[in-house]
Design a protein around this ligand. Structure first.
Ligand code: PHE
Length: 342
């Protein structure tokens, strides 16, 4: 009896089998328990030897059960440690982290360069009133410039005859807002989104401009020229940067100039600061007296220059990007190719 049960206990392969064995031996109807119940029917002599023997067996089986249970638990733990093993020295998986959009990166660069020149940053709404976007900038209702701008108009309610709001077509309305808010003197830039109904390789209906405005007692075109050259040197990181001021016309500046930058397209590769090609990068001029007045500044006391530059445009030039539309596709492969994403 002893040998059978002891071997059944050591042979139990898991905790469930071990429990079955315990019940079969020591449970209420277990073989050993039944034997102990039979003691009552024995003669006193028989009982005297069988009693202690059965008790000893019961104790021995109990100890064997406990030992086997511990051994099985150890083995199970050993097995788990083998499969749930973790290599704490393994190299971590590369973390996917986002980056700023290239246009945001370039805007930050522009803001940093002008901050060094003492310029603050001003902002205005993208949904603008007709007055700020046009009238205050010396573009009255009948002016052809309104039609040329491919303006997006917001719808007015039924029976509302006021002029519709527009999606601002340039950042110039922020000039007026900055003048009204801070008065003169002022040095500020206004980066932001602008909108025109236009779409091809170099035009998207939403794009970005940065406006510059400097107003003081003796501001002249010479200050404008120096400021833009200084900016281009810092932004394009070329010392010999050369700008060409071309007489032009804007209703809000007088005189006005469009500015081109010297570059070369040798071998389809754009290089800034050398070569015989010129690329237009911005519009500029001396702030028109009517515009100063609209901003609440006395044109007899103050003069200023202003310029408006396409942020997307200068980003394309700096990074050699041929298609503007790619900026707004959010294609990770494209962003990585130009080093804008990890
Ligand atoms: N607002 C003009 C444009 O969008 C650019 C400009 C700004 C020109 C300031 C002169 C002065 O084309």
């Amino acid at each position: 009896l002893r040998a059978t049960w002891l071997s059944r206990i050591t042979d139990a392969s898991d905790e469930a089998a071990l429990e079955d064995t315990r019940v079969a031996a020591l449970g209420k109807k277990g073989e050993v328990s039944l034997k102990m119940r039979e003691l009552g029917k024995m003669s006193p002599e028989e009982r005297q030897t069988a009693g202690p023997a059965l008790n000893a067996l019961k104790n021995e089986l109990n100890s064997a059960l406990i030992a086997r249970k511990a051994a099985l638990a150890d083995a199970a733990l050993e097995e788990r440690l083998k499969t749930e093993w973790m290599d704490v020295s393994a190299a971590p998986r590369p973390a996917q982290s986002g980056t700023l959009h290239p246009i945001s990166q370039v805007s930050e660069e522009v803001i940093a360069i002008f901050a060094d020149l003492g310029y603050t940053v001003s902002e205005g709404p993208q949904i603008e009133t007709d007055w700020y976007n046009f009238d205050a900038l010396n573009i009255p209702g009948h002016h052809p410039a309104r039609a040329e701008m491919d303006t997006f108009y917001m719808k007015r309610g039924e029976g509302d005859n006021r002029p519709p709001h527009v999606l601002r077509t340039h950042t110039s309305p922020v000039q007026i807002r900055a003048m009204q808010e801070h008065g003169a003197p002022i040095r500020t830039i206004c980066p932001g989104r602008v909108y025109r109904a236009d779409y091809d390789q170099t035009h998207t209906p939403m794009f970005h401009q940065v406006e510059g405005l400097a107003i003081d007692r003796d501001i002249s075109m010479a200050n404008l020229k120096w400021t833009l050259e200084e900016f281009c040197r810092a932004f394009f990181e070329v010392d010999g940067v050369e700008l060409r001021f071309r007489a032009s016309h804007f209703p809000f500046t007088e005189p006005s100039a469009e500015v081109d930058i010297r570059c070369s397209w040798a071998g389809g590769q754009l290089k800034i600061g050398e070569g015989d090609d010129w690329l237009e990068i911005l519009g500029s001029g001396m702030v028109h007296p009517k515009v100063l007045e609209a901003g609440g500044i006395d044109p007899d006391q103050w003069q200023g220059f202003a310029f408006g530059m396409g942020i997307d445009r200068i980003a394309m030039l700096k990074y050699g990007i041929p298609d503007l539309r790619a900026f707004f596709d959010s294609d990770l492969r494209w962003l990585r190719h130009y080093g804008f994403a990890a």
